[in-house]
Design a protein around this ligand. Sequence first.
Ligand SMILES: [Zn+2]
Length: 224
Amino acid sequence: MTEEMLQSPEEQLRRFVETVGGGIVESTFYAKTTSGPSKLYNVRGSTPDPYPQKPTKVTGWKSLLLSQGIGAPCYASAPLPAPGKGKSHPGFDVGGHMTTAADGSVATGGSCYLVPLCSWHNGRYNTAQFTMRSTTMLVLSGYMQADTSATFLARLGGLAEHAVVYVSDDGPAYEYLAESPLEADHAPLLHGCKSEGLPAHHVVFRREEFEGRMVYRIAHAATG
Ligand SMILES: [Zn+2]
């Protein structure tokens, strides 16, 4: 995951679209729980917050935790780095995706957990089961591997018929839209963008019903 931490927002969006494969993605939901699991593993293939451009403005997993009153320090209380190693601990560097599965997987349609982690613990996904210092955390439903915070939040609860996820001048962003930006008479002026229209890197979602569930289909993607 250390390597992925250096991914740009553009690379993260491209990876998301590759993972979806042009298909359907579940709508999402998140909730705060006070009784999450106390033993968890890092999710393999999760997408941490992108390398910061203007961190105060970007959408990120860390911001999502903070918005729900969940903050520092790092949740992993064991195992701890050896003396002199892992100096990032016990900082809160990223929102870390955790699962109860020892192989680091999240079942399609399953849930994972989002907790504050230092970058040292976030990079240790192939070794250890972590003990959590608290069971207050966020449960993410509909999360998929390679989900970015923007692609996750844009699919929240089937709220919007159309949504666009894009890389703005400030970093990753998303917006709900009443009409499809592909068919609208006027090109939308998206927040964080200086000019009208879809930015160079974007994914347009369209909500639909599929086998009785609310899902999103990628209506259009430009990921360069
Ligand atoms: Zn830590």
